[in-house]
Design a protein around this ligand. Structure first.
Ligand SMILES: Nc1ncnc2c1ncn2[C@@H]1O[C@H](COP(=O)(O)OP(=O)(O)OP(=O)(O)O)[C@@H](O)[C@H]1O
Ligand SMILES: [Mg+2]
Length: 276
């Protein structure tokens, strides 16, 4: 396995800023399967960390330990410098961690505004039983999508079922921001998207970074990863497989780390689902 460090000292590519989120020694087993073994991951504010690895490497399992959907068996998680115990999605949300899952969980029969505010409808004077403030929600939706430069939506009153894949992804990402998270985790946001839609979503990822959020991007598409990430963390067979700056000269090393092919062998010799 390639263990190329970012620098000879093993220091992180993103410099000295203290991590917002720090995972260390994370383990998770499913029966006899050790899905995660002593995994570490740091995420800083204003950086995009790509989490890459072959099918079954443990990416989704790792994300679930952060999101609370599948807490870790062992290891420690610190958030803003203090140790936290994430046992449920509510724990993760209340810390300021938002996850956009690949299935997006949008309601096709509701419009964009309704999807954005599902479960957190704005009400007059914060009275729980008062009428929803539709005008306020619609204005805020337009503002938020405008800030994120989501430009291709004809109307925020369009039913989500009629949107393109990229537009749906944009709505799901915008929705994740309503809780004002500090970290957003995106699981394969460009899978199944065309070229133009992928470009839109990647632009949106850059915007999240500009807003000072820490972003974790899971992707099999290395072109996307090298376009938007600052740092690339490789998982291989449930373990850390190296960490790389997202500079184009690292591409071969990253492919080698994902596939387990050492640097002296051509990466093309390996069977992989990575799209480079
Ligand atoms: N609920 C579960 N029960 C049993 N085994 C599981 C469960 N979830 C994950 N695993 C196993 O843990 C390992 C890591 O799976 P995980 O889904 O995290 O991989 P991944 O890196 O997200 O892969 P992919 O790129 O295919 O999404 C695999 O061997 C998988 O079979
Ligand atoms: Mg997965």
């Amino acid at each position: 396995m390639t263990q190329a460090a970012v620098s000879p000292s093993g220091a992180s590519a993103s410099g000295g800023a203290a991590p917002l989120l720090k995972l260390s020694g994370i383990t998770k087993t499913f029966g006899a399967v050790r899905a995660l073994d002593d995994v570490a991951l740091d995420v800083r504010a204003g950086e995009v960390v790509a989490l890459v690895g072959d099918n079954g490497a443990g990416k989704s399992t790792l994300i679930k330990t952060i999101s609370g959907a599948g807490p870790a068996d062992g290891g420690s998680i610190t958030f803003e410098g203090r140790e936290v115990h994430i046992k449920s999605p509510q724990d993760s949300t209340s810390l300021g961690i938002a996850v956009v899952y690949q299935d997006l969980a949008l309601c096709d029969n509701l419009d964009v505004v309704e999807n954005l505010y599902l479960g957190r409808e704005a009400r007059f004077h914060n009275q729980p039983f008062s009428r929803m403030n539709e005008v306020e929600m619609e204005q805020h939706a337009i503002e938020l999508l405008g800030e994120l430069q989501v430009k291709t939506l004809a109307s925020v009153r369009t039913e989500v079922g009629s949107l393109s894949g990229g537009q749906r992804q944009s709505v799901a990402i915008a929705r994740s921001l309503l809780g004002e998270p500090k970290i957003v985790i995106l699981d394969e946001p460009t899978a199944a998207l065309g070229v133009a839609q992928t470009a839109q979503v990647l632009a949106l990822v850059k915007r999240l970074k500009e807003r000072g959020l820490g972003v974790v991007l899971i992707s099999h598409n290395l072109s996307d990863v090298f376009e938007v990430a600052d740092r690339i963390v490789v998982l291989r067979l449930g373990r850390n497989g190296g960490e790389y700056p997202a500079t184009s000269d690292q591409r071969q090393a990253v492919v080698a780390a994902i596939t387990g092919v050492s640097d002296d062998k051509p990466a093309s010799a390996a069977t992989t689902e990575v799209q480079s």
